[in-house]
Design a protein around this ligand. Structure first.
Ligand code: MG
Length: 248
Protein backbone atom coordinates (compact mmCIF):
# COMPACT_ATOMS: atom_id res chain seq x y z
CA UNK A 1 0.00 0.00 0.00
CA UNK A 2 1.26 3.46 -0.86
CA UNK A 3 0.64 5.75 2.14
CA UNK A 4 -1.60 8.79 1.63
CA UNK A 5 -0.76 11.96 3.54
CA UNK A 6 -3.28 14.23 5.24
CA UNK A 7 -3.28 18.00 4.72
CA UNK A 8 -1.54 18.35 8.10
CA UNK A 9 1.15 15.86 7.08
CA UNK A 10 1.66 17.74 3.83
CA UNK A 11 2.13 21.01 5.70
CA UNK A 12 4.83 19.39 7.87
CA UNK A 13 6.48 17.81 4.85
CA UNK A 14 6.51 21.17 3.14
CA UNK A 15 8.19 22.68 6.18
CA UNK A 16 10.83 19.96 6.04
CA UNK A 17 11.25 20.53 2.31
CA UNK A 18 11.64 24.29 2.75
CA UNK A 19 14.42 23.76 5.28
CA UNK A 20 16.15 21.40 2.88
CA UNK A 21 15.83 23.76 -0.07
CA UNK A 22 17.29 26.62 2.00
CA UNK A 23 20.21 24.44 3.10
CA UNK A 24 20.86 23.45 -0.52
CA UNK A 25 20.87 27.08 -1.56
CA UNK A 26 23.50 27.88 1.07
CA UNK A 27 25.64 24.91 0.00
CA UNK A 28 25.43 26.00 -3.61
CA UNK A 29 26.80 29.42 -2.62
CA UNK A 30 29.58 27.84 -0.55
CA UNK A 31 30.79 25.40 -3.21
CA UNK A 32 34.16 26.35 -4.67
CA UNK A 33 37.29 24.74 -6.08
CA UNK A 34 39.83 23.69 -3.45
CA UNK A 35 37.25 22.43 -0.96
CA UNK A 36 37.11 18.76 -0.09
CA UNK A 37 33.85 16.89 -0.20
CA UNK A 38 34.17 16.60 3.59
CA UNK A 39 34.31 20.41 3.92
CA UNK A 40 31.00 20.55 2.08
CA UNK A 41 29.58 17.79 4.24
CA UNK A 42 30.49 19.58 7.47
CA UNK A 43 28.81 22.72 6.19
CA UNK A 44 25.65 20.81 5.37
CA UNK A 45 25.60 19.38 8.90
CA UNK A 46 26.00 22.86 10.37
CA UNK A 47 23.26 24.37 8.19
CA UNK A 48 20.81 21.58 9.07
CA UNK A 49 21.58 21.91 12.76
CA UNK A 50 20.90 25.66 12.63
CA UNK A 51 17.43 24.87 11.27
CA UNK A 52 16.80 22.56 14.24
CA UNK A 53 16.37 19.63 11.89
CA UNK A 54 18.10 16.27 11.66
CA UNK A 55 20.24 15.03 8.77
CA UNK A 56 18.27 12.06 7.47
CA UNK A 57 21.10 10.20 5.74
CA UNK A 58 23.61 10.25 8.60
CA UNK A 59 23.80 6.72 9.95
CA UNK A 60 21.11 5.47 7.54
CA UNK A 61 22.10 1.82 6.96
CA UNK A 62 25.48 2.95 8.30
CA UNK A 63 26.06 5.81 5.83
CA UNK A 64 28.85 7.89 7.41
CA UNK A 65 28.15 11.33 5.90
CA UNK A 66 25.50 14.01 6.27
CA UNK A 67 25.22 14.43 2.51
CA UNK A 68 25.93 12.12 -0.39
CA UNK A 69 28.48 14.02 -2.47
CA UNK A 70 29.24 12.50 -5.86
CA UNK A 71 31.80 14.05 -8.22
CA UNK A 72 31.97 13.61 -12.02
CA UNK A 73 31.81 9.82 -12.73
CA UNK A 74 30.27 9.18 -9.32
CA UNK A 75 26.53 8.69 -9.77
CA UNK A 76 25.18 8.65 -6.24
CA UNK A 77 26.02 7.77 -2.61
CA UNK A 78 29.45 9.41 -2.71
CA UNK A 79 30.96 9.34 0.78
CA UNK A 80 32.34 12.74 1.83
CA UNK A 81 36.08 12.62 2.38
CA UNK A 82 39.41 13.94 1.16
CA UNK A 83 38.49 14.24 -2.54
CA UNK A 84 39.36 17.77 -3.65
CA UNK A 85 36.79 19.62 -5.70
CA UNK A 86 38.42 21.23 -8.74
CA UNK A 87 37.43 23.69 -11.45
CA UNK A 88 35.69 21.76 -14.23
CA UNK A 89 34.12 19.19 -11.88
CA UNK A 90 30.43 18.60 -11.56
CA UNK A 91 29.29 17.89 -8.01
CA UNK A 92 26.06 16.10 -7.11
CA UNK A 93 24.76 16.99 -3.67
CA UNK A 94 22.07 14.71 -2.31
CA UNK A 95 20.65 15.55 1.08
CA UNK A 96 17.78 14.43 3.27
CA UNK A 97 16.18 16.25 6.20
CA UNK A 98 14.07 14.95 9.04
CA UNK A 99 12.02 17.72 10.63
CA UNK A 100 9.95 16.48 13.55
CA UNK A 101 9.54 13.09 11.93
CA UNK A 102 8.75 14.41 8.44
CA UNK A 103 11.30 13.66 5.74
CA UNK A 104 12.31 15.46 2.58
CA UNK A 105 14.93 14.50 0.01
CA UNK A 106 16.57 16.61 -2.67
CA UNK A 107 19.55 16.50 -5.02
CA UNK A 108 21.23 18.92 -7.40
CA UNK A 109 24.26 18.68 -9.66
CA UNK A 110 26.37 21.81 -9.74
CA UNK A 111 29.15 22.84 -12.12
CA UNK A 112 32.35 24.12 -10.49
CA UNK A 113 33.77 27.10 -12.36
CA UNK A 114 34.28 26.56 -16.08
CA UNK A 115 32.94 23.13 -17.05
CA UNK A 116 33.09 21.41 -20.42
CA UNK A 117 29.97 21.79 -22.58
CA UNK A 118 29.11 18.08 -22.57
CA UNK A 119 28.87 18.06 -18.79
CA UNK A 120 26.76 21.23 -18.85
CA UNK A 121 24.37 19.65 -21.36
CA UNK A 122 24.15 16.59 -19.15
CA UNK A 123 23.27 18.71 -16.11
CA UNK A 124 20.67 20.58 -18.11
CA UNK A 125 19.08 17.39 -19.40
CA UNK A 126 18.95 15.91 -15.89
CA UNK A 127 17.28 19.04 -14.49
CA UNK A 128 14.79 19.18 -17.34
CA UNK A 129 13.99 15.47 -17.09
CA UNK A 130 13.09 15.96 -13.43
CA UNK A 131 10.77 18.85 -14.36
CA UNK A 132 9.06 16.64 -16.96
CA UNK A 133 8.73 13.78 -14.48
CA UNK A 134 7.20 16.12 -11.90
CA UNK A 135 4.56 17.28 -14.42
CA UNK A 136 3.31 13.68 -14.64
CA UNK A 137 2.84 13.42 -10.86
CA UNK A 138 -0.90 14.07 -10.89
CA UNK A 139 -3.97 12.10 -9.85
CA UNK A 140 -5.20 9.75 -12.58
CA UNK A 141 -1.78 9.16 -14.10
CA UNK A 142 0.11 5.96 -13.54
CA UNK A 143 3.42 5.90 -11.73
CA UNK A 144 5.30 4.85 -14.85
CA UNK A 145 4.10 7.95 -16.70
CA UNK A 146 6.70 9.73 -14.57
CA UNK A 147 9.32 7.11 -15.44
CA UNK A 148 8.56 7.12 -19.14
CA UNK A 149 8.63 10.90 -19.50
CA UNK A 150 12.09 10.99 -17.93
CA UNK A 151 13.54 8.13 -19.97
CA UNK A 152 12.19 9.24 -23.34
CA UNK A 153 13.47 12.80 -22.87
CA UNK A 154 16.90 11.74 -21.66
CA UNK A 155 17.47 9.15 -24.37
CA UNK A 156 16.33 11.55 -27.11
CA UNK A 157 19.14 13.83 -25.93
CA UNK A 158 21.63 10.98 -26.39
CA UNK A 159 22.19 10.35 -22.68
CA UNK A 160 21.32 7.25 -20.66
CA UNK A 161 19.24 6.60 -17.55
CA UNK A 162 20.68 4.73 -14.58
CA UNK A 163 18.74 1.53 -13.86
CA UNK A 164 20.22 0.47 -10.54
CA UNK A 165 18.90 3.38 -8.47
CA UNK A 166 15.37 4.74 -8.42
CA UNK A 167 13.20 7.29 -6.65
CA UNK A 168 10.82 6.39 -3.84
CA UNK A 169 7.86 7.33 -1.74
CA UNK A 170 8.71 9.54 1.23
CA UNK A 171 6.93 10.99 4.25
CA UNK A 172 7.21 9.75 7.80
CA UNK A 173 10.15 7.61 6.68
CA UNK A 174 12.97 8.42 4.28
CA UNK A 175 12.03 5.57 1.97
CA UNK A 176 8.42 4.49 1.56
CA UNK A 177 6.45 2.68 -1.12
CA UNK A 178 6.49 2.85 -4.11
CA UNK A 179 9.76 2.71 -6.02
CA UNK A 180 9.88 5.39 -8.71
CA UNK A 181 12.06 4.20 -11.61
CA UNK A 182 13.39 6.67 -14.15
CA UNK A 183 12.64 4.31 -17.03
CA UNK A 184 9.66 2.31 -18.23
CA UNK A 185 6.63 2.12 -20.48
CA UNK A 186 3.81 4.64 -19.96
CA UNK A 187 0.51 3.77 -18.28
CA UNK A 188 1.84 1.09 -15.94
CA UNK A 189 2.26 0.71 -12.20
CA UNK A 190 0.00 2.09 -9.48
CA UNK A 191 -2.50 4.83 -10.16
CA UNK A 192 -1.39 8.13 -8.63
CA UNK A 193 -3.69 9.59 -5.99
CA UNK A 194 -3.89 12.87 -4.14
CA UNK A 195 -1.86 12.61 -0.92
CA UNK A 196 0.96 10.50 -2.31
CA UNK A 197 4.40 12.00 -1.82
CA UNK A 198 7.24 10.93 -4.08
CA UNK A 199 10.96 11.61 -4.25
CA UNK A 200 11.57 11.74 -7.99
CA UNK A 201 15.27 11.53 -8.78
CA UNK A 202 16.63 10.94 -12.27
CA UNK A 203 20.30 9.95 -12.44
CA UNK A 204 21.57 10.23 -15.97
CA UNK A 205 24.88 9.41 -17.63
CA UNK A 206 26.90 10.92 -20.44
CA UNK A 207 27.81 7.41 -21.66
CA UNK A 208 26.23 4.04 -20.86
CA UNK A 209 23.75 3.43 -18.02
CA UNK A 210 25.78 0.67 -16.36
CA UNK A 211 27.01 1.35 -12.84
CA UNK A 212 29.31 -0.36 -10.40
CA UNK A 213 29.77 0.05 -6.67
CA UNK A 214 33.15 1.02 -5.31
CA UNK A 215 35.03 -0.92 -2.64
CA UNK A 216 33.65 1.33 0.12
CA UNK A 217 30.34 -0.47 -0.44
CA UNK A 218 28.44 2.77 -1.13
CA UNK A 219 29.65 4.96 -3.94
CA UNK A 220 28.15 4.12 -7.33
CA UNK A 221 30.21 5.14 -10.35
CA UNK A 222 29.58 4.85 -14.07
CA UNK A 223 31.07 1.67 -15.50
CA UNK A 224 32.64 3.63 -18.38
CA UNK A 225 34.01 6.41 -16.14
CA UNK A 226 32.02 9.16 -17.90
CA UNK A 227 30.14 11.84 -15.98
CA UNK A 228 26.75 11.47 -14.30
CA UNK A 229 24.18 14.02 -13.08
CA UNK A 230 21.40 13.76 -10.49
CA UNK A 231 18.44 15.96 -9.61
CA UNK A 232 15.76 15.23 -7.07
CA UNK A 233 12.71 16.87 -5.58
CA UNK A 234 10.17 15.74 -3.02
CA UNK A 235 6.79 16.12 -4.72
CA UNK A 236 3.22 15.84 -3.41
CA UNK A 237 0.50 14.57 -5.74
CA UNK A 238 -2.50 16.85 -5.12
CA UNK A 239 -5.86 17.56 -6.72
CA UNK A 240 -4.39 20.84 -7.90
CA UNK A 241 -1.49 19.03 -9.58
CA UNK A 242 2.06 18.31 -8.51
CA UNK A 243 3.36 20.37 -5.59
CA UNK A 244 7.15 20.51 -5.24
CA UNK A 245 7.86 20.59 -1.51
CA UNK A 246 11.61 21.16 -1.85
CA UNK A 247 11.42 24.36 -3.88
CA UNK A 248 11.75 27.77 -2.18
MG1 MG B 1 16.08 10.00 -2.69
Amino acid sequence: MIPLKSAQDLAMLKHSGQILAAVMQKLQKALQPGMTTLDLDLLSAEFIRKEKAIAAFKGYKGFPGTACISVNEEIVHGIPGTRLIAEGDIVSLDLGVNYQGFFSDMAVTLPVGKVNPDKLKLIDAARQSLELGIKQARPGNHLSDISHSIQSFVEAKGFSVVRQFVGHGIGTALHEEPEVPNFGIPGAGPLLKSGMVLAIEPMINLGGWEARIMENGWTAVTADGLASAHFEHTVAVTDKGPQVLTKL
